[in-house]
Design a protein around this ligand. Sequence first.
Ligand code: ARG
Length: 549
Amino acid sequence: MFDYKTLIYNSAKDVLEGLEISDVAASDEFCDYCIPCFKFAKILRKAPAMIAADAVSRIKIDGIKAEALNGYLNFTIERNAFVRRAFESGGEYKPLAGKTVCLDYSSVNIAKPFHIGHLMTTVIGGSLCKIFRELGARVVGINHLGDWGTQFGGLISAYRRWGDEGRLNARGLDELLELYVRYHSESEKDEAVAAEAREWSKKIESGDPYAVGLFERFKAITLEQAKKVYARLNIEFDSYLGESFYVDKVPAVEKKLEQKGLLKMSDGAEIVELTGDMPPALIRRSDGASLYIARDLAAAYYRHENYNFDKCLYVVASHQALHFKQLFKVLELLGEPWASDMIHVSFGMVSVEGMALSTRRGNVLYLSDVLDSAVEKAAAIIAERNPDLQDKTRVAESVGVGAVVFGALYDGRQKDKNFSLESALNFDGETGPYVQYTHARCRSVLAKANYGCSQNVDCNLLTDDEAYEVVKLLADFDENILAAAVKYEPSVVSRRLVKICQAFNRFYNADRIMCGGETEKARLELTLRVADALKRGLSLVLLDAPEKM
Ligand code: ARG
């Protein structure tokens, strides 16, 4: 957008000796920008009011009105000039071109259901991928699979004892989950079960074809399910390299740690001592097994070497905060300058209100069940509001899934959330369906008027309060998207979308669009710009933008 602050600064600095850019302050009720003149009184040996009065006569900026009031220089942007500039700018905005961002998100665990606990990492990460890409960055979306650990030995042993090929094929992940639960309870009672599990676990590690084959089968079943969810959320990954990939890369990390004198032995285990309030990082257990943080260290090196990232983000729940603090600290101790480019993008807990317990399986709430339930509710609402709508099934899917995703991305990520499907689906609330509906309303106005592509319009006709408010929110939408990237916070975009909708709906109710002549054309142009901005913003927070609803 047009940088008014700099424009005012540049025009005023010759008149006001010692003026700094920070002296130009953003709006209060009298104006859009102001410069308090008090600090110049000493330098210029004049009263602030006189300085302001004198400056006003000498500062001339096209499209900005200057006034002196009580020792302040007040600047008011002329609305028609603002609208003109806002409409003229636009075009490519790629401030992050040339940057590379690695985004580790969703990162599901093999043989575990895709439950509601994965919602936040998946949608925050997915949305950040789109936001960074939109700004021109190269993004590597990584699903750091949890595919390593002794639990898989337990699963193989359980499958061999109580499982069955046919049931596994038919029931997939449900079967795996049940086997796993059974393994857990039986291994507590029977040491032989646990011992057998350890044997299988070793066989996977040593590459025994039968054990590895079964494990790969479990992995495929898990990913097949997860990918179905990803498709519904408009998410794709660039890499599915999981923890197991890094196991044979841990020794290289240990070597680096050793060379720096960081690797200590403690009760037969390898550790790195950390200062301050942090407990030591456990690299390898005394039984020789590598640990989670060791594989993450190897992964960090791998990513740095292969992608040469400018930032490496980990979208993981806040309860892993210590793990990431330790991880980044160890890299810092290793002297890696890029340690400071690693960021834990943390978030709070989520629960869903109004999901009957009967849909919980084994005490976990499947994300796909939550989505299905939202889609079902959306379908009922749509059937009532717009019974003749074509493509109802597809729209219900977009609206239902969108309601859940938007609900998850609407509050700041750190906040714990308990959201209800009812309110997430409220077409008049601060919700995904509200934004989608406003978008569809814009498109239907445009379709009726047969207004398809942008035209030159008279900007003087968009200066009433309602239209101007909309223009202002569109004018710095690019900067808003950049702010979301800088804060790793998709809610910056989702909140702006709701604001644009609210302003547009006020405009729609106050100003009749189909009023004929040049005014109609100007209002249609504004409507088209709103529709395009909403569609763009919706896609950044992973939502579809149906043309009709
Ligand atoms: N699979 C892990 C979990 O579900 C999250 C992994 C996060 N990424 C990472 N590089 N540690 O808790």
